[in-house]
Design a protein. Structure first.
Length: 382
């Protein structure tokens, strides 16, 4: 193989895989050649010079690829990624890393030296989330005291679930809103605000849809510094809300409807509180619109980084192990809801896995609807 080209195989040819393929074919990714694809059925439109396989093992063993992008249903992520990693094939895996953090931990542990293993945590490239992280990391807000993200803008109509046999089942996906849509938000939440030490989760299962998994969630977080957090999610609410608040002792950030507002106090809240003689006083505050309007091709950025990591040793922006924390939180919310008890982090991943396996044992894949669904992937990103 050309040492300056990554020869990529794409496993799975669903909606998100097609977007990755289009990025490659349209020249959005450098130093890469699409050499093989894999799906259970032969695609209607074959790509010139790209070989089709019906078995992921055959694709990985073909000698045509030195890297794979896995974009299959969640239930197969562990099996396919493990096989590729065992063969020293570089892996870029669609989220989540597995049905559980337990599966993800085993995958990360099986990665051999020199093999690049990345996860498609593409929202870490969103310009406003990057800005929020920079501001929080700078310390200008002071110690974080409270966080709150209401993300109910993931509305999905019934056809979204009925068009597949695996979505929104314990067996096929290991959960619903938390591990599918909101795993991105939870990843950004912990990337910026850190991992809580305790979770109280309250989930509604099949409240809005004919599904067995969660489609509405409220979770309460406690952090090591006594900060608190709330995460609210839904796939059944329209119109939805996407509002993210980070409150610190010296100021706050508020991201809502695409606008990012920074508020900085002239004095820290605690300093003002302990020194003022004004019974109804408030610190003076300066409010600034710090919205970043740059639009980026998030998926292409992650794929380009993956390629450069393979060819030139560039550090991965989203190494696979980075996906474990968000899955721990999602798993912890579910476990707390199932047991009606507070769950401590670090998560007991094996205990959660045992609970999940009991759910899987009574779960079945659905019969796919024969209704022709309209698909516009641009509407799926919120």
């Amino acid at each position: 193989m050309d040492a300056n080209i990554v020869k990529l195989g794409v496993i799975g040819l669903g909606n998100i895989a097609q977007q990755h393929i289009n990025n490659i074919l349209q020249g959005e990714v450098e130093n890469i050649q699409l050499t093989a694809v894999c799906s259970r059925q032969q695609p209607e439109n074959e790509l010139a010079g790209v070989q089709h396989f019906s078995s992921y093992q055959q694709l990985i063993d073909s000698g045509l690829v030195n890297a794979v992008l896995i974009a299959t249903p969640t239930m197969s992520h562990y099996e396919i990624a493990q096989y590729a990693l065992e063969k020293d094939i570089h892996v870029l895996l669609e989220k989540p890393i597995g049905l559980s953090a337990y599966e993800g931990e085993k995958l990360v542990a099986s990665t051999q030296p020199g093999t690049q293993f990345a996860l498609m945590l593409n929202q870490r490239t969103d310009a406003n989330y990057v800005k929020i992280k920079q501001i929080v990391d700078s310390g200008v807000l002071g110690a974080i005291t409270r966080t709150h993200w209401t993300m109910t803008n993931w509305f999905r109509p019934e056809i979204y679930f009925q068009a597949s046999d695996w979505r929104a089942t314990w067996k096929g996906e290991g959960g619903g809103a938390l591990v599918n849509q909101c795993i991105h938000n939870i990843d950004i939440f912990q990337w910026i605000c850190g991992v809580p030490v305790a979770i109280n989760g309250f989930c509604e299962f099949g409240k809005y849809h004919d599904i067995e998994v969660e489609d509405e969630v409220t979770a309460y977080f406690r952090y090591a510094n006594k900060a608190t957090g709330v995460f609210v999610a839904s796939t059944g609410e329209a119109p939805g809300v996407n509002r993210f608040d980070v409150i610190g002792d010296k100021g706050s950030l508020h991201f809502d409807s695409g606008k990012l507002i920074q508020k900085l106090n002239k004095q820290s809240t605690q300093t003002f509180s302990r020194n003022t003689t004004d019974m109804f006083g408030m610190p003076e505050v300066a409010t600034t619109d710090v919205t970043v309007n740059d639009k980026v091709n998030q998926h292409a950025i992650i794929l380009n980084n993956f390629v450069r990591a393979i060819l030139f040793g560039e550090p991965l922006m989203t190494p696979a192990h980075a996906g474990l924390a968000s899955l721990d939180i999602a798993n912890g919310i579910l476990m707390s809801s199932w047991t009606n008890q507070q769950v401590s982090l670090p998560l007991d991943r094996q205990a959660y896995q045992q609970q999940l396996e009991r759910k899987i044992a009574s779960s079945k894949l659905r019969i796919k609807s024969n209704i022709q669904a309209t698909v516009d992937m641009s509407k799926s990103y919120r």
